[in-house]
Design a protein around this ligand. Structure first.
Ligand code: ATP
Ligand code: MG
Length: 757
């Protein structure tokens, strides 16, 4: 044992110390959230350099994100000073692999100055190949092919390694051919994509003994954080390198494996002892991050998973607040509530950068952004664009801007060929020429060009058809609300179909964002009002280094910690996500539960979970069911509060009635189902209109507290509604009423908005 005055191990507990001092041989640090795994790994790195066991350049240390790498570099810098400058091999898998590949590029037919292409380039290239082969890109979208290729690369598979089953997954068995064409094309332009960085290096290490030995000798020590989320190609690559000296130390937590959708395999951490016989397994059980209440709540939740190793966690921190579960009426109230809480914390002196809102899906950020802007709360969106800056949102807004203001040339340029209409840069050039000569906006030029011979007839007709659409939408904007207008436009212009055809998680996310945009627009009476609001929102980019509240996804928050954490939207279909429910397997639900565990354990002092009883979907209010994860939190560590009658105990009882959580999934889904055939937004809205009973029944069965009919109103009664005036109740379903209004006609409204007349 080293003397306890060593600053590098001072303050560490025994197992952490062991992890730092066990420098030789394989080490697996397997422990729960907040137990100081990353802290120990950082000290270990410093210790290796400090005690001269290795030069900084002889240590390979891999982290999951660039942010984590930067933080580790900074902390090691505090411990060992400028020596940290000489650590080229501390970084993410991709960063480290890229650096290696530059040195051996010629072995895979590249030059050392190869370009790393991004997703956009990748898609463009794939599209060219698909077209060149005469395949129908609508039927077999480039994005789908890109998804397949990424998956294959994540698994370390080259084109020749694909078996028949793999190959079938794109264009009836053309996957392998396209994969090969794509790789050849990349080589021809001296480029590689992200997945290639690791795959090429793996190929090199497998086929060139000398290179492999060079790295096996160079790296005296190998370390990996968040090992539970390594994918196959990363795993194979690491194993080859570490198998030389066997000095590999990995840390992770099987309960925090949340990236299987990107090819991560938790099995990698579970078979570590097999890969490296004689590995020392170190378990850390003391949590230094969270209060006992938070810890107990998170532990109780993750206990529901069947597929886990299981572990104990304890803390010496004093009790603190229970996890707070807040039931609110709807999304806007949720955002208001969080905003109020944060203002209260701020008044008590809490630093804003110790406050985070962690969401399941990107689209959830919108409601918070709108609220924070209106109350002047500073926030930052980490790992993603702010809602109104996302590409699909900008596209949708551009359509609306051209409708509202035909002279908006910038908006016109953005969407004249989005979705693709076969209009290229040449077509736009011709429009510009005409517009300049005649001193008219582009959208007028798009009409007038029809009478010229400037462009091929097909392009002229396309422009003309588009402008006819715009004229129709403009008429429509006078009669329809902005939200309905947007839905019509997105369906009719082909934007929705184009995204649907992609059939990828990313495209689904974009569709969800667009649905959310329409939802946001419900609150505005006119298109002009809404566009005004958006321009104010977009203008809100404030100075960079101020203290701000963090808004990010739960996935992105892995490894991070904050004093106060807010977790909104804990409702079936939001979290767990509809996708995980549709896929239906135990594995996908358990991954969602691990995500919940990650989310709760980010909190140091206080964790607040929120769920709303109603979400607006397609302009209709629908009851939501609180997430099963809420019911799974141990009651003694939770403070429940709800603004709803009936209260938390009702649904808690309902949940626990069901031994098998899946038994009810089918019955619950209709309230949140998104029908994703062509024109799905309209289809789903129509379906909703056509069968309100089905929706209401299915939600009432599991969340009757939110849909209890009012006893003072009955069918036939005369009532008064703030907006629609007097009317007679035609039907009553839970908390929803169908009313024949004397002025406004037949409407479906919530009973809380009417009073007996
Ligand atoms: P996660 O699983 O979320 O990545 P982790 O196991 O990596 O968590 P760390 O982030 O390393 O945990 O540590 C959690 C918190 O505990 C940090 O604030 C860290 O500074 C603190 N900590 C770690 N070890 C000790 C220790 N021995 N004494 C006091 N505080 C510690
Ligand atoms: Mg960590």
């Amino acid at each position: 044992q080293a003397p306890s005055s060593d600053p590098l191990i001072d303050g560490l507990n025994d197992p952490q110390r062991e992890a730092v001092l066990t420098t030789e041989g394989p080490v697996l640090m397997l422990a729960g959230a907040g137990t100081g795994k990353t802290a120990a790994l950082t000290r270990r790195l410093a210790h290796l350099v400090h005690s001269r066991l290795a030069w900084p350049s002889e240590i390979l240390c891999v982290t999951f994100t660039n942010k984590a790498a930067r933080e580790m570099r900074e902390r090691v810098g505090h411990l060992i000073g400028p020596a940290v400058e000489g650590m080229p091999w501390l970084g993410t898998f991709h960063a480290v692999a890229a650096k290696m590949l530059r040195r051996h590029a010629e072995l895979v037919g590249l030059q050392s100055n190869f370009t790393i292409i991004d997703t956009d380039d990748q898609l463009r290239l794939l599209k060219q190949l698909i077209q060149a082969e005469g395949l129908d890109e609508k039927r077999w979208p480039a994005r789908q092919l890109a998804g397949c290729i990424d998956r294959w690369k994540n698994r370390g598979l080259n084109p020749q390694d694909l078996d028949a089953g793999e190959n079938e997954s794109y264009a009836n068995g053309k996957g392998q051919k396209f994969y090969k064409l794509y790789q050849d094309r990349l080589k021809a332009v001296n480029a590689c994509d992200f997945g290639d960085l690791l795959l090429h290096m793996l190929n090199i290490l497998r086929t060139h003994r000398d290179v492999l030995e060079q790295y096996q000798n160079r790296f005296k020590y190998v370390m990996v954080d968040e090992y539970q989320d390594t994918n196959q190609v990363q795993y194979l690559w690491l194993r080859l390198i570490a198998q030389g000296r066997q000095n590999i130390c990995v840390v992770g937590d099987d309960d925090q494996s949340i990236y299987s959708w990107r090819g991560a395999e938790v099995a990698n951490i579970l078979r570590f002892e097999k890969d490296f016989p004689g590995a020392k397994v170190i378990k850390l059980e003391q949590n230094y991050r969270s209060t006992p209440q938070i810890l107990a709540a998170a532990s109780g939740l993750i206990d529901e998973n069947t597929q886990r190793l299981g572990k104990t966690l304890w803390t010496e921190r004093h009790a603190g607040d229970k996890v707070q579960v807040v039931g609110v009426w709807d999304g806007p109230e949720e955002a208001r509530r969080v905003g109020d809480e944060i203002e209260r914390l701020e008044r008590q002196g809490a630093p804003l950068d110790q406050i985070a809102i962690l969401v399941r899906a990107q689209y959830q950020t919108r409601e918070f952004e709108d609220r924070f802007i209106s109350i002047g709360m500073k926030y930052r969106i980490v790992g993603g664009f702010r809602f109104y800056e996302r590409a699909e949102i900008r596209d949708a807004l551009a359509y609306l801007r051209v409708i509202a203001q035909p002279a908006d040339d910038l908006a016109f340029e953005r969407i004249y060929n989005a979705p693709k209409r076969g209009l290229g840069a040449k077509a736009l050039e011709a429009l510009h020429r005409l517009a300049r000569n005649r001193g008219i906006p582009l959208s007028n030029a798009a009409i007038e060009i029809a009478d010229t011979d400037e462009l091929p007839a097909r392009a002229r007709n396309t422009f003309l058809a588009l402008m006819r659409d715009f004229a129709r939408w403009r008429d429509l904007s006078a009669t329809e609300g902005p939200a309905d207008l947007l839905r019509t436009v997105l369906d009719e212009c082909g934007y929705t179909d184009a995204l649907q055809a992609e059939k990828t998680a990313e495209a689904n996310g974009r569709l969800e964002n667009l649905v959310e945009l329409a939802r946001a627009m419900e609150e505005y009476d006119s298109l002009g009002d809404f566009l005004e609001h958006v321009s104010l929102v977009m203008d809100n980019e404030n100075a960079a280094e101020e203290e701000k509240v963090t808004i990010m996804t739960m996935h992105g928050a892995k490894g991070l910690e904050f004093d106060n954490v807010f977790l909104p939207g804990w409702e079936e279909g939001v979290f767990p996500s509809q996708r995980s429910l549709d896929e239906g397997g135990l594995a996908s639900l358990e991954e969602e539960r691990r995500l919940a565990y990650v989310a709760i354990t980010r909190a140091k002092k206080k964790c607040t979970i929120l769920h709303a009883a109603n979400r607006r979907i397609y302009g209709q209010w629908t009851s939501s069911i609180p997430s099963r994860f809420i019911a799974e939190l141990p009651e003694e560590h939770v403070d429940s509060e709800t603004t709803l009658s009936g209260g938390a105990s009702l649904w808690r009882a309902q949940w626990s009635e069901h031994a098998d959580p899946f038994a009810d999934v089918a019955r619950m889904q209709p309230s949140r189902i998104v029908t994703r055939g062509p024109g799905w937004q309209r289809a789903a809205a129509k379906e909703y209109d056509a069968s309100p009973k089905r929706v209401v029944e299915s939600t009432r069965s599991a969340a009757s507290f939110a849909a209890k009919p009012r006893s003072d109103i009955a069918v036939g009664a005369r009532v008064f509604h703030e907006k629609f005036g007097y009317g007679a109740v035609m039907a009553q379903e839970g908390n929803k009423l169908e009313i024949e209004f004397e002025q406004a006609g037949n409407k479906r409204v919530l009973d809380s908005f009417v009073k007996p007349a």
